[in-house]
Design a protein. Structure first.
Ligand code: AOF
Ligand code: ZN
Length: 362
């Protein structure tokens, strides 16, 4: 018989910190999701997460939950945090200094912060004050958690998710320009959750014309992502859903610019269109983009090497004839999930994989 230890490990507490961080999903961009847990002799004394852009950081949120009766135990506790504590004065004061001021003696960090104001300086502040620091506990999971933020810091563009559904034969849509629902209700529900998690959603002109999508988050919680549509000649009718003011929208066109940016002019509709758009998104603080179609636009992102994650929903619907679905290149299947009768496949570019491990979620 194998005997199991009842003692909680570093990984158990870091897993809790990461789970807490996910509660800030869709609310903290362009900041990363971060979670923190304060542990005294194997028991959780306080825990918290970054809950909104500009709001208190995870470490401070965790400290705030410690009861008055237990505050005396803080210096004898270990702090688990999913990202290196910050070292700068931003919208919030530096967490590393706060940890030192609280006289916490041990900090376990999942991954360092690549942001230019931090980049190891948080670690330095802690170490110089004599705090014992361990870095790298559940680093893979923490990098996945903060992948949108990491991508902006390391690749200088938003994190890009490509999403599409395809028929049993691998078709994206019917040949006729008619709208055809491929995904089942379960997948559609999930798609709405995905929209809520990203800073911006984009479609091409033809998809906007044929599907007339609203592209809004109608889940009743979370923020409204920016809607982006390509409409070079401003041909979409003003009655179109995307033209209504229910969410911030960029109509990318070659004709007019408008203060408030509803009409976003791009001079170059050639090869530079997508790279320029990504720079504009980054400049306006949008850390992630989900591209929902059409096939031509999705293929342009793939061909330009401009993607980080592809979510392909394989459906049992047959179309007979159809428009070919986008073709991924140098892609690796990382995860799959049955969505009732549909099957979701998640791919990443093979040259920069974040390995999927149990417990990771989208
Ligand atoms: C932490 N804990 O919970 C978060 C951190 O403008 P501010 O003050 O909110 O700072 C944002 C930056 O702080 C962000 O770019 C990232 O480097 C770090 N986020 N750091 O110690 C947290 N959310
Ligand atoms: Zn901080």
């Amino acid at each position: 018989m194998r005997l199991y230890s009842l003692r909680m490990t570093h990984e158990d507490f870091m897993r809790r910190a990461i789970d807490l961080a996910y509660l800030g999903q869709g609310l903290v961009s362009p900041n990363p999701m971060v979670g923190a847990v304060l542990v005294h002799q194997g028991s959780i004394l306080g825990e918290g997460f970054h809950a909104g852009y500009g709001q208190v950081h995870a470490e401070v949120a965790a400290l705030q939950t410690v009861s008055d009766a237990q505050r005396g135990l803080i210096p004898e506790s270990t702090l688990y945090v999913s990202l290196e504590p910050c070292a700068h004065q931003g919208k919030q004061p530096p967490c590393a200094n706060r940890i030192v001021a609280e006289r916490i003696k041990k900090v376990v960090i999942a991954t360092l912060d690549p942001y230019k104001e931090v980049q190891g300086r948080g670690l330095e502040i802690l170490q110089q004050a004599g705090v014992a620091v361990e870095v790298g506990c559940m680093e893979q999971e923490a990098r996945w958690l903060a992948r949108r933020f990491f991508t902006v810091q390391e690749r200088s563009r938003p994190y890009i998710i490509l999403k599409w559904a395809q028929s049993a034969e691998g078709y994206f849509a019917p040949l006729s320009n008619a709208r055809k629902q491929l995904s089942n209700a379960f997948s559609m529900e999930l798609l709405h959750q995905w929209r809520r998690q990203e800073a911006a959603i984009m479609v091409g002109y033809k998809t906007a014309l044929i599907d007339n999508p609203k592209l809004t988050n109608r889940s009743g919680s979370g923020l409204q992502p920016l809607r982006i549509v390509l409409d070079r000649t401003l041909a979409l009718a003003t009655t179109h859903h995307l033209m209504q003011d229910d969410a911030a929208t960029w109509i990318i066109n070659a004709k007019k610019e408008q203060p408030g940016l509803k009409y976003f002019k791009q001079a170059d509709f050639g090869d530079k269109l997508l790279p320029n758009l990504l720079q504009d998104l980054k400049h306006h603080g949008h850390n992630s983009l989900i591209v929902e179609g059409g096939a031509q636009l999705l293929q342009a992102f793939i061909d330009g090497g401009l993607w980080d994650e592809a979510r392909v929903i394989h459906t049992p619907v047959t179309l007979g004839k159809g428009l070919a679905a986008p073709l991924l290149k140098d892609a690796e299947l990382m995860a799959q999930e049955h969505l009732d009768t549909d099957l979701l496949h998640v791919y990443q570019p093979s040259d920069r994989l974040i390995s999927f491990v149990p417990g990771m979620r989208l």
